[in-house]
Design a binder for this molecule. Structure first.
Ligand SMILES: Nc1ncnc2c1ncn2[C@@H]1O[C@H](COP(=O)(O)OP(=O)(O)O)[C@@H](O)[C@H]1O
Ligand SMILES: [Mg+2]
Length: 310
């Protein structure tokens, strides 16, 4: 009787184990990377070099690109001001910069940074904006910086009425990092001197968050930056090893870190190379590549020496 129980218990454990393995495999990052066959820019592009893999994120962000660009292409007389928020290093500033270059030379791009610029520098930039006749996109970056100081919003808020003038075409995009999303960002702004005046000039339907990165988005951002890094060396990379893509996907790195990882990997290549391998992600002899492989044996088996086109 006892023996029978033991046998049933072992069988049940065995079935559960295989079932779990199947689950892990089917939903796991190994499977996601196995399914990626191409990370070509043409299939990922949102605007300029700002790329996303997830079609939902792409459609959503494309909608914002159009909303920001439209009033700079054809004059309106309402406040065309936007508020963007997402984690640090997630690509907010880059997104707005890429919209700026997408608009071409007819539209000026002006960038203020409340963390980096002094009151004097911001004032000087705003005086320059006053003199500009051309349609202008203004990025006010790091809007959450200098919480203890009153001057940033005091200086800026009245400029957010610029587009109401018949002779001016002005779009402001205010960008900041906030853990709690747009709601927390709004609360933070309201609590600061002239915060309510600033927020009053950003219509509700022009406030948004950059959608969080999914696994494949990380792969796409890494691949984009491999291409860009290669271009700075006048090289052309056509493939990335799937195990390298897997490393990127499970790393939970921010976009900024993915960019740096891509540039470091490309800097290790020889001029004639046209592929990025897993080993290129690490300095020669770096222990962490071995540690990673031992911890991810299934991925090594399935993804080493297999390639994604870029
Ligand atoms: N979607 C993307 N596609 C390609 N590169 C990206 C993307 N998002 C971010 N990056 C890279 O990450 C870097 C950091 O992004 P950044 O805009 O400075 O982050 P944030 O402003 O949110 O702190 C950018 O310079 C860019 O190289
Ligand atoms: Mg930024």
């Amino acid at each position: 009787m006892n023996e029978e129980h033991e046998l049933v218990r072992r069988l049940r454990d065995e079935i559960l184990r295989s079932f779990n393995e199947v689950l892990v495999e089917e939903n796991g990052p190994e499977k996601s990377v196995e399914n990626i066959s191409s990370l070509r820019k043409a299939e990922l592009q949102v605007v300029g070099d700002y790329n996303r893999f997830d079609p939902k994120a792409r459609v959503e962000l494309l909608g914002w690109v159009r909303a920001i660009e439209a009033p700079l292409r054809a004059k309106t007389v309402v406040r065309e001001n936007f508020l963007i928020c997402s984690g640090s290093g997630s690509g907010k500033s880059f997104f707005v910069e890429q919209v700026g270059s997408d608009l071409g030379p007819r539209v000026k791009f002006l960038r203020l940074n409340l963390a980096k610029q002094s009151e004097e520098e911001v004032s000087r930039a705003l005086a320059r904006l006053d003199r500009l006749r051309e349609p202008t996109l203004v990025l006010v970056d790091e809007i959450d910086a200098r919480t203890g100081e009153a001057w940033p919003y005091e200086r800026i808020f009245s400029y957010l009425d610029g587009n109401l003038l018949p002779t001016r075409q002005r779009v402001f995009v205010l960008a900041g990092s906030c853990q709690g999303g747009i709601r927390a960002m709004v609360d933070l702004i309201i609590s600061r001197p002239k915060g309510p005046d600033l927020l009053d000039r950003i219509p509700d339907d022009r406030r948004f968050e950059i959608p969080a990165l999914c696994r494949e988005d990380r792969a796409a951002i890494f691949a984009t930056n491999v291409g860009k890094a290669a271009a700075t060396r006048r090289m052309r990379i056509s493939q990335i090893e799937k195990l390298a893509v897997y490393y990127v996907v499970v790393s939970e790195n921010s976009s900024r870190q993915l960019r740096d990882l891509a540039y470091s990997a490309v800097s290790r290549l020889k001029a004639a190379d046209d592929r990025v391998c897993f080993d290129d992600l690490f300095r020669r002899g770096e222990q962490s590549s071995h540690t990673f492989c031992s911890a991810h044996q299934l991925a090594v088996e399935r993804l080493a020496n297999r390639w994604v086109e870029i």
